[in-house]
Unconditional design. Structure first.
Length: 91
């Protein structure tokens, strides 16, 4: 389950950077980012830099796909997986 703070940080970034603040608050954690055109190739690159620089989650090329970038919730889940220490794998 994703962390609500991580979701909020990603949602705020997307609203501020790509949607002029999203004045009508149309974007939520389940909004289809690719389908709505929020993430295109340039915006995805900017988002990936943000995830690396601000959230400490460098995204390897094999994780850049429509499943992981579908919506804010899926991005937050990926961020949590990528930023978890390697030795904390569930048993």
């Amino acid at each position: 389950m994703p962390d609500e703070r991580t979701e909020a940080r990603i949602l705020t970034f997307l609203r501020d950077k790509f949607l002029d603040g999203d004045p009508r608050s149309e974007l939520d954690v389940e909004s289809p980012l690719l389908e709505w055109g929020v993430l295109n190739s340039m915006n995805t690159a900017i988002l990936l830099m943000h995830l690396r620089d601000e959230l400490g989650a460098p995204v390897p090329p094999d994780r850049i796909n429509s499943r992981n970038l579908k919506n804010v919730r899926s991005i937050a889940e990926m961020v949590l997986e990528l930023s978890a220490p390697a030795d904390s794998t569930p048993r």
